[in-house]
Structure formats: C-alpha cells, structure tokens
Write a protein that binds this ligand. Structure first.
Ligand code: TMP
Length: 218
C-alpha cells in the first residue's frame, strides 16, 4: 500500500499552491506522486464538479449537494486513488472526506452520521495517512479567492465564495475540531504566513512522515 496525503482548508487558504509545490519538490528528490483533487480528479467527477461549483446552481439543495460530492468521490476513488495506493504510490489529494464534514456538516448542518456513512462507502477503505490543514482566517482567504476568480479566464467556480462569512467561519471551526479529534493524522499549518514559510513547514512535516521504503522505491 502507498501513502495517502490530503490537503484541507477554507477558500483561499493557499493549499492548492502548496500541494503543487510539494509535488514538484518531491519529484525533484526522485519521489514521484499522483497529484489529484476533489471534487474532480477524473472525467466523470470533473463533470460533477462543474455542477457543484457553478454559481448559477444556487438552488442546489444541501442533500443533493452532499450526494453529488459523494458520487464524485466514489468515482474518483475507484478510478484514481485506490489503484494508485494499491500500486504503492504516494497520493497527494487537494481535499477529501474531511471537506465533506467541514462544509456539509459543520457548514450546512447536515447530520454527521449521514455524512460518515456516505464517506465510508465512497472512500472504500482509503483513509488519509496524513492530512495537512492549512488554517486561515476566512476573511483573508475569501479576499484571496475572489481576486483569483476575477483574474481567471476559466469557468467561474464561485458557488461557495458567494456564501456568507459566517458559513466559512463554521467551516474553519469545523476543520479545527476535526484536527483536534485526530492529532496523529492532522498537521495544522498557519496559512497566514508567506508562501515560502508555509512550504518549509509542510515539506518538513511530510518528509519526516513518508515511510522510508516509499521514499526509496518511488
Ligand atoms: P476547491 O476550491 O478546493 O477546488 O474546492 C471546491 C469547493 O468544494 C470548495 O468550496 C469546498 C467545496 N467542497 C465541499 O463543500 N465538500 C466536499 O466534500 C469537497 C471535496 C469540497
């Protein structure tokens, strides 16, 4: 079995920049990784992503939203994550099942048991070995995310950026309580620092945790 690392955090926390830097850094050391993301990561899940993030779909009900995330995950785990981990690879995934707890349970208020059940089915036993939580004040994160959306020429993936600040605050608090409940799996990184400082903190943590055997064979 390989090694599974997930990145989590509120909008604009910088995790997507950091996961790419980490992938490049590991590859520079001869350690190859499978870099992927949720929602998405494979063609069918990417189609579900465009429904989920389209700002025109504001009428999407919380339960329909939850089930679309679960559907995208089931496909992504089947097509990408499970095969890569079974082949002994290091998988870096930008968001995974903790995002569903933070956004759909803490954020939207859906019963946690329902989400745990769906996550268990969709994850098919693939549990992250390490989760990097890039913790950031949502006011700072949302400002960064809005600047990124304005500068982008692609589809406007902003359904969540349009949510109230209080929603993003619940998501942040949710992530922190998930991290507190599983201190061995989570590492909390201060996302208000510079890109370079955040990267140093993350790469140090990751390199000490990746099993020696995987560093050698990848
Ligand atoms: P991204 O901005 O990191 O690409 O994530 C897309 C959005 O989807 C982000 O606003 C968080 C949200 N999301 C959920 O609400 N639940 C989930 O399970 C996942 C994976 C993401």
């Amino acid at each position: 079995m390989g090694y599974f690392i997930t990145f989590e955090g509120v909008e604009g926390c910088g995790k997507t920049t950091q996961i790419k830097l980490l992938s490049e850094h590991l590859s520079g050391r001869g350690i190859s990784t499978t870099l992927t993301r949720e929602p998405g990561g494979c063609p069918i899940a990417d189609k579900i992503r465009s429904i989920l993030l389209d700002a025109e779909n504001r009428a999407l009900s919380p339960l329909a939203e939850l089930m679309l995330y679960a559907a995208a995950r089931a496909q992504h785990v089947t097509e990408v994550i499970a095969p890569a981990l079974t082949a002994g690879k290091i998988v870096l995934c930008d968001r995974f099942c903790d995002a569903t707890l933070a956004y759909q349970s803490f954020g939207r208020g859906i019963d946690r048991d329902v989400i745990d059940t769906l996550n268990r089915q969709a994850c098919q036993g693939m549990v992250p070995n390490l989760t990097v939580l890039v913790d950031c004040d949502p006011r700072i994160g949302l400002e960064r995310a809005r600047r990124r959306i304005e500068a982008s020429s692609g589809p406007r993936e902003e359904r969540f950026e349009l949510e109230a600040l209080a929603f993003h605050q619940r998501v942040r608090d949710g992530y922190r309580s998930l991290a507190d409940a599983e201190p061995d799996r989570f590492v909390i990184i201060d996302g208000s620092d510079t890109i370079e400082a955040i990267f140093t903190a993350i790469s140090t943590q990751v390199l000490t945790r990746i099993p020696e055997a995987l560093r050698a064979v990848c």
